[in-house]
Write a protein that binds this ligand. Structure first.
Ligand code: AOF
Ligand code: ZN
Length: 353
């Protein structure tokens, strides 16, 4: 196979980076490849802070073959010193002729000194913006614009016949261990996990980060409920078994706008706008079906992440939701991405891009 189509190369790089999403948050996951005369010479993926950047890994592996080659990367190469030296310096020393990237690096250091100016001054051709929207959602928190409205990823695990649980409520665990590990990586990248109170009463979930995913602290949890007794009942659940903030919220037609801190003794703090707790909040909604439907109907889900397990559950615990009166009025997703985690297939899609 030859690699002459920039879109095909970038698609392959995004596919390569996807399984590492969230691992090194707040650092972005980035993939790079060296292509020479249509041949895939070398590649690298930057996984976490302090490790070499993707370009450097690919250039080191390519060695002399980097001379006159094209470097593809899912993020604009950095021009500044962070924990590691500027990638643009490494690109220039390696003799790369052309650099193609997907999405610009929004960080202030790189915006002050964009890669284009550094590379062009060294006589290197540049092309930015190839599959930028796809690459952006490798790192939603890193790229999100400053906004009061949360960026919401909704994750659901379902059977082949579209059911979320058995009729007796049991749904632990439908998906493969590697699929669950991926969800724990995503937990590592978000400001808070959102669950419905029914899910907490039914499953008593920990909602911590496990499966060997390195992390600094347990994620905050927001429990959606209208019941005034919820805060008291929450104190006896495993959500409080670790040191982490717990909030409640009442879902409105505008989605999640306000939260209230639940103290360890079951009392409530004041109601605050969610943007006062986290600037540009990034939320992962993890069930169940009622909360999922409310947020989908409110039109506030930015990214859908559906895990499909190879089993048939039957029964009646499906997604539910209102059926529109015409196909062109149903919710549709773009920039779809498919990945397989052992026996579980994940489909991701974005809205509003
Ligand atoms: C790249 N390639 O693979 C990544 C980039 O502290 P450092 O040195 O790891 O720098 C982190 C910053 O570098 C990060 O905030 C982002 O702006 C950029 N990430 N850049 O050229 C990479 N991971
Ligand atoms: Zn870099």
């Amino acid at each position: 196979m030859t690699w002459r189509d920039p879109i095909a190369v970038m698609r392959a790089l995004i596919q390569k980076a996807h399984p590492y999403r969230g691992l090194g948050a707040p650092n972005p996951v980035v993939a790079a490849a060296v292509i020479r005369d249509g041949q895939w010479v070398a590649d690298g993926v930057h996984v976490r802070a302090g490790c070499a950047h993707a370009e450097v890994l690919a250039l080191d592996q390519a060695g002399d073959l980097a001379q006159g080659a094209t470097l593809y990367v899912t993020l604009e190469p950095c021009t500044h010193w962070g924990k590691t030296p500027p990638c643009c310096d490494a690109i220039i020393s390696a003799g790369i002729a052309h650099v193609v990237w997907a999405v610009d690096d929004p960080s202030p250091h790189v915006r002050r000194l964009p890669a284009q100016s550094v590379l062009e001054a060294a006589g290197i051709g540049v092309t930015g913006g190839v599959l930028a929207d796809h690459a952006r959602f490798l790192n939603p928190a890193f790229h999100r614009p400053t906004s009061d409205a949360p960026f919401i990823t909704l994750k659901l695990a379902q059977s082949l016949d579209g059911k979320l649980a058995l009729d007796n409520g049991d749904s632990a665990y439908l998906t493969s261990v590697s699929a669950r590990r991926y969800v724990h990586q995503i937990r590592n990248a978000v400001d808070a996990i959102v669950v419905g109170a029914q899910t907490v009463w039914m499953d008593d979930p920990e909602l911590t980060i496990r499966h060997g995913v390195e992390h600094a602290q347990a994620p905050a949890v927001i429990v959606a409920s209208r019941d005034p007794n919820t805060p008291k009942r929450l104190c006896d659940t495993r959500l409080f078994a670790v040191d982490r903030p717990v909030y409640t919220t009442t879902l409105s037609t505008a989605g999640i706008t306000h939260v209230q801190r639940v103290n360890a003794n079951g009392t409530l703090g004041p109601s605050e706008p969610i943007s006062a707790v986290w600037g540009s909040p990034y939320l992962l909604v993890e069930g169940g079906g009622i909360v999922a439907n409310q947020l989908l109907q409110a039109g506030v889900v930015d990214e859908l992440m559906v895990m499909i397990a190879p089993c048939i559950l039957g029964g009646s615990r499906g997604w539910g939701g209102n059926s529109p009166d015409a196909l062109d009025r149903c919710l549709r997703y773009s920039h779809t991405h498919v990945h397989q985690f052992d026996d579980t297939v994940m489909i991701q899609g974005l809205t509003g891009v």
